[in-house]
Design a protein around this ligand. Structure first.
Ligand code: UD1
Ligand code: CA
Length: 454
């Protein structure tokens, strides 16, 4: 049989000083609790019971999961009381893993280790040794045997010297858990129903209790305020940077990138400083991303060069393309192989064909540009009449002179030429030249006006 998960997330998070429930604060662009849900779903957890207290509506609209079961803990009477809110959904013959909603860096491999230890005993705890264990529950052992967890506030002087602490994460059989939860009392320093009292009950019944450890302490570190949040964010970014470098990307400075989602990179990718990658970003082999670029839900093809200060969102950049510096590709922008977009060019819902170029100062919206077409500096596709959006279609090898306005809906044929400064309002046929601008008139020997004396 598999296992189910209970995530404790009902705490108020007062120290965040926020109108947002604590577990909705984001780490790497994803709410903390969503990261934990994603991790356990990747392990095929059967049911995920989320114990919540504050901000239920906010939580429900921000968080999702395949097998998510919402359990309200109306009053926060302690971690044991919190788990109890999920008890009616717990099967006797399944294992139940308990996690905390505010420790977002917990890794799948660590939880798998915890599951593996549980297979050899009755109750497995995730513990860690801290230099400063102040405030944490201490793991009390008799020799090797774990006999109890004592909360800091209830601990004796001797117990406070113990450096092995309870991370709050553990796994045990459903029937045992439910029986022990029913026996919990709240006669302690905080007047709370402590989940940790379950450990002593288990030990007294002669159950075998074992511990597993995470790869590093940061995995089990909880966020209580925004200073912790910033620390956890940096730790995550460091982890993401290591992942990218391990997969063959060179980072100009691993401390100066931000990954806020899922990024995959080919070999020999180069990423310069201060690049933000958000959502799902795929970067092909040998591609290069310049300083200060923002990449959101996009695909960058092999050998593409994205120069500095470019913002690419919901777009696809083909192989060997060049983009920027200072370019903006908005949703629906598609650049085919070898296409070029230069500085101060904006593309939206438009296709730039193979080898086509828009090198300077251009807006392409709702446009289809054929292969090898050249879009001159300052070209605007006028796609919006104030009410409706219309399309501009530009054929292969067309040449659009600088500072032209193409008033959509309009078609420019294959190989057609548009003179600089034209306002094009009707179709230009294949191979034709269209010039639509005021005709130049010269007046010889022009006397400039002189300043009047009065
Ligand atoms: C708890 C543990 C402690 C451990 C520490 C690790 C208990 C009694 N103590 O202490 O041994 O070292 O975590 O961080 O379990 N929560 C609820 N409902 C409640 C109370 C808490 O959902 O009524 C949730 C919180 O939102 C949080 C988690 O449970 O996600 C832990 O609660 P917290 O108050 O931080 O527990 P600690 O006192 O730190
Ligand atoms: Ca805590």
């Amino acid at each position: 049989m598999g296992f189910s998960v209970v995530i404790l997330a009902a705490g108020k998070g007062t120290r965040m000083k926020s109108s947002l429930p604590k577990v909705l604060h984001k780490v790497g662009g994803i709410p903390m609790v969503q990261r934990i849900i994603n991790t356990v779903e990747a392990m095929s957890a059967q049911n995920v019971h989320l114990v919540y207290g504050h901000g239920g509506d906010q939580l429900k609209s921000a968080v999702n999961g395949k097998h998510l079961n919402w359990c309200l803990q109306a009053e926060q009477l302690g971690t044991g009381h919190a788990v109890k809110q999920a008890a009616e959904h717990i099967q006797d013959d399944e294992d139940v893993m308990i996690l905390v909603g505010d420790a977002p860096l917990i890794q799948q491999q660590t939880l798998e280790r915890l599951v593996a230890v549980k297979a050899e005993c009755d109750l497995a705890l995730l513990t860690v040794e801290l230099d400063d264990p102040t405030g944490m529950g201490r793991i009390v052992r008799n020799g090797e045997q774990i006999t109890a967890i004592v909360e800091h506030k209830d601990a004796s002087e001797a117990q406070r010297n113990i450096r092995e602490i309870n991370t709050g994460m553990m796994i045990m059989g459903g029937a045992n858990l439910k029986r022990w939860l029913n026996a919990l009392g709240n006669d302690n320093a905080q007047g709370e129903y402590y989940l940790t009292d379950v450990i002593e009950m288990a030990a007294k019944e002669g159950k075998v209790i074992k511990a597993a450890q995470p790869d590093s302490a940061v995995e089990v570190e909880g966020v209580n305020n925004r200073i912790h949040l910033a620390g956890i964010e940096r730790a995550l970014q460091q982890r993401e940077a290591v992942k990218l470098m391990t997969n063959g990307a060179t980072l100009a400075d691993p401390a100066r990138i931000d990954v806020r989602g899922n990024v995959s990179t080919g070999q020999d990718v180069f990423i310069d400083i201060n690049v933000i990658m958000q959502g799902t970003v795929t970067i092909g082999h040998n591609a290069s991303i310049g300083a200060n670029c923002v990449l959101i839900d996009c695909e960058i093809g092999d050998n593409a060069v994205i120069d500095s200060h470019s913002v690419i969102e919901g777009a696809s950049v083909g192989e060997n393309c060049t983009v920027g510096p200072f370019a903006r590709l908005r949703p629906g922008a598609v650049m085919k192989t070898d296409a070029k977009v230069g500085n101060f060019v904006e593309m939206k819902k438009s296709v730039l064909g193979e080898g086509a170029k828009a090198n300077h100062l251009t807006y392409l919206g709702d446009a289809e540009v054929g292969a090898k077409a050249n879009i001159g500096a300052g070209t605007i596709t006028c796609n919006y009449d104030g009410v409706n959006k219309s399309k501009t279609i530009i054929g292969e090898n067309a040449f659009i002179g600088s500072n032209s306005s193409l008033v959509a809906p309009v078609k420019i044929g294959e190989g057609a030429t548009v003179g600089a400064g034209s306002v094009i309002t009707s179709e230009v046929r294949k191979d034709a030249l269209a010039v639509a601008r005021g005709k130049q008139r010269n007046i010889e020997g022009w006397n400039r006006p002189v300043k009047k004396n009065d």
